[in-house]
Write a protein that binds this ligand. Sequence first.
Ligand SMILES: O=c1ccn([C@H]2C[C@H](O)[C@@H](CO)O2)c(=O)[nH]1
Ligand SMILES: [Zn+2]
Length: 126
Amino acid sequence: MRDEDLVRLALEAKERAYAPYSGIKVGAALLTREGKVFTGANVENASYGLTLCAERVAAVKAVSEGMKEWLVLAVAWNREDFCRPCGACRQVLFEFAPALRVLMANARGEYEEEVLAALLPSAFAK
Ligand SMILES: O=c1ccn([C@H]2C[C@H](O)[C@@H](CO)O2)c(=O)[nH]1
Ligand SMILES: [Zn+2]
């Protein structure tokens, strides 16, 4: 799958966000070594702290389907600047894929790329 296609899937996934509180719709698309893509969207809650990030939704979908080797993650949102995973998502992603390529996109599908290990320097790791 081309990087641009993965970004497109993240942009589509953000439309399935449940974000009535912040209005920030985030989508993620995670490409596994098997060539399968798991998407995710943020799911908010009236108890704000229970909100689930799009990236972690995609990550736990993949793990729970038995796919823990990941190549590329695209993350996108409904804003003009590039969407960058929060610290909690970086840590959860790092558990399985420190070398993950992360494509961080804006609402227009433009993106910048960084390797996860560079986004989480000196990570806590087992
Ligand atoms: O890495 C992140 C950070 C935030 N959000 C979502 C959660 C919340 O619904 C909204 C505002 O924080 O953005 C994500 O989906 N991923
Ligand atoms: Zn997050």
